[in-house]
Design a protein around this ligand. Structure first.
Ligand code: PLP
Length: 347
């Protein structure tokens, strides 16, 4: 049974299922900093294989994995071209600058997530007075845009452009699982557009912790050193890797349910109080308000038993997940609609 109130603030709020906890308890483990942890190795190999990549590396968080990729690909004193609303820009504590010596150069997409035309417009002519670019970062699905999928052809066009300039591409694929589920595009086809990919286990797949980086063997060897430097060398990490493996094996197939619940919620609340919903591609529902009252909407919704989050003053986010079954979302939708109506009255 879901908790009351229904928590739709993020897909990270899920608790490990009983079966996932059993898999964790039964995990075969070793010291991953010394000779290696067997369950972690199995996870890394399984994810690399699914993504069609040579090697994988388990990380405690997606943030650390993204930062390790920036550290490997980017030279200090150069620029990383990244979409203005990317997780790497907003939610990673300026790690690109602080940890990697990189200057983010923000690309502003015409709409939704970055496309090749947006990237092209941001490219400068070479100049002795400007920093060189060393890397392009993409995000699929795009969280800030509302779980938006960058379709394969668009990702391929972005990769072609970056490669024409000799720049590696890092793909923040925290929710690439959702992009693949929504489009039917194999994970490996998306991954072929990048030189490294990060994938999260602690979001749609319902694991308590963890992310992976995948790429070439040479890239992963360098990422391993970065992980150690960032303090991410873990010991009996198989306990956590077992949860991730369980998520990949048992929860990937149910992401369609999250997407259906998001569509249901979006249709149910669109227009309430004059709010407009970004039609969801996946499991993230962004609700744009006609006035800067996100805090009031969040408070009113919580009082009515639905937790959502204020993305910014005029945008509220609701995310569907493993602990928010369709029946619970269906029951919550009229309450969120009521909260919007009441908090936006007179706006
Ligand atoms: C797109 C994206 N990238 C990276 C991350 C970072 O993952 P973590 O919370 O495991 O550090 C998140 C987390 O919400 C995310 O949404």
């Amino acid at each position: 049974m879901p908790d009351i109130p229904l928590d739709l603030r993020s897909d990270t709020v899920t608790r490990p299922t009983a079966a996932m906890r059993r898999a964790m308890a039964d995990a075969e483990v070793g010291d991953d900093v010394l000779e290696g942890d067997p369950t972690t190795r199995r996870l890394e190999a399984a994810v690399a294989e699914r993504l069609g990549q040579e090697a994988g590396l388990f990380f405690p968080t997606g943030t650390m994995a993204n930062q390790a990729a920036l550290w490997v690909h980017g030279a200090p004193g150069t620029e990383v071209l990244v979409e203005a609303d990317a997780h790497i820009v907003h939610w990673e504590m300026a790690g690109a600058a602080a940890l990697c010596g990189l200057q983010p150069r923000l690309v502003h997409p015409a709409s939704g997530a970055m496309r090749a035309t947006d990237l092209e417009a941001a490219i400068r002519y070479p100049s002795a007075h400007a920093a060189e670019t060393s890397l392009v970062c993409l995000e699929n699905t795009h969280n800030g845009a509302g779980g938006v999928v960058t379709p394969l052809e668009d990702l391929q066009a972005l990769a072609r452009l970056a490669r024409a300039h000799g720049w590696p591409v890092h793909l923040d694929g925290a929710r690439l699982w959702n992009a693949s589920t929504a489009t039917g595009t194999p994970l490996a086809a998306f991954a072929a557009c990048a030189d490294s990919v990060m994938l999260s286990f602690s979001k749609g797949l319902g694991a308590p912790v963890g992310a992976a980086l995948v790429g070439t063997r040479a890239f992963i060897e360098r990422a391993h050193r970065a992980r150690k430097r960032f303090g991410g060398g873990m010991r009996q990490s198989g306990i956590l890797a077992a949860a991730a493996l369980h998520g990949v094996t048992h929860h990937l197939g149910r992401l369609v349910d999250d997407h259906a619940a998001a569509r249901l919620l979006a249709e149910a609340v669109d227009g309430a109080g004059g709010a407009r919903v970004v039609p969801p591609d996946t499991n993230i529902v962004m609700i744009d308000l006609p006035a800067p009252r996100a805090d009031a909407v969040v408070a009113r919704a919580a009082a009515l038993g639905v937790r959502v989050s204020a993305w910014h003053a005029t945008r509220v986010r609701a995310v569907t997940h493993l602990d928010a079954p369709l029946t619970a979302v269906r029951a919550a939708a009229p309450r969120l609609r009521q909260a919007l109506d009441e908090a936006l009255a007179g706006a």
